[in-house]
Design a protein around this ligand. Structure first.
Ligand SMILES: Cc1cc2nc3c(=O)[nH]c(=O)nc-3n(C[C@H](O)[C@H](O)[C@H](O)COP(=O)(O)O)c2cc1C
Length: 215
């Protein structure tokens, strides 16, 4: 039995959001294939994601503890606790589905804020200051990730390296952290006349059919 963490990054309700609509199609199909798996959902807009600040991360990516924690205000303690819980939730999962729109050739900042919360020293990475080394720790079990990105434009393959910064970044960072399998579903041309939302969702649904069995 696996645990899947489904993360959305959009203030729109599902029926208006292309990325969330495709994300839900994926999750529903996944449930049909794996009825016993646990699915946790995290909405980075409605679930409060703290901003990392210097009192909470005492040194690089190291969550405050002990004496330093006791010195925090109640509000800061709450934020530190929340950040700990977000990281624990991420670690618990075996599979990840992230659905987000492309914003200015990247993903919305809430996702970066979330990643800055969960990529913690001693849990997700190991920072070896003596040897100046940082290592990912997520290769402790087989983890898989799928990134669903909706974009207004159809991005030609030859421009992908220049324009798909969000997808490329997520691929790189999760590989570094130790997640070996990274898949993507590009829901493209949502705002283009020649494609449009409906067609883009239809194409993405076909892609889901092709890859869901391997996920
Ligand atoms: C702030 C903002 C920035 C955007 N930047 C891009 C972009 O760089 N490239 C692109 O193709 N579409 C861009 N779009 C269009 C969205 O990616 C597109 O409408 C997407 O399908 C929306 O997905 P959603 O319905 O899940 O929000 C942008 C939209 C917004 C609101």
């Amino acid at each position: 039995m696996a645990t899947l963490l489904y993360i959305t990054v959009n203030s729109k309700p599902e029926y208006l959001s292309t990325s969330k609509t495709v994300g839900r199609i994926f999750i529903n199909k996944y449930k049909e294939l794996h009825p016993d798996d646990i699915i946790e959902e995290l909405d980075l807009y409605t679930d409060d994601i703290p901003r990392v600040n210097y009192k909470i991360f005492t040194s690089r990516a190291t969550l405050v503890s002990g004496e330093d924690y006791e010195q925090l205000s109640d509000e800061e303690k709450n934020q530190a606790n929340q950040i700990k819980q977000l990281c624990d939730q991420f670690l618990r999962a075996d599979k990840y589905v992230i659905a987000a729109p492309m914003w200015n050739v990247f993903f919305p900042s809430m996702l970066k804020q979330y990643l800055d919360c969960i990529i913690q020293n001693g849990k997700v990475i190991e920072i070896d200051t003596k040897n100046n080394k940082v290592e990912g720790l997520l290769n402790d079990k087989k983890r898989k990730m799928i990134y669903i990105q909706s974009s207004g434009a159809n991005i030609p393959f030859f421009l992908s390296t220049k324009m798909n910064h969000g997808t490329n970044y997520l691929h790189d960072i999760f590989k570094f952290l130790g997640i070996s399998k990274f898949y993507k579903i590009l829901v493209e041309g949502v705002d283009e006349k020649s494609t449009g939302k409906e067609k883009a969702i239809k194409h993405a649904t076909e892609d889901i059919e092709d890859m869901i069995e391997f996920f």
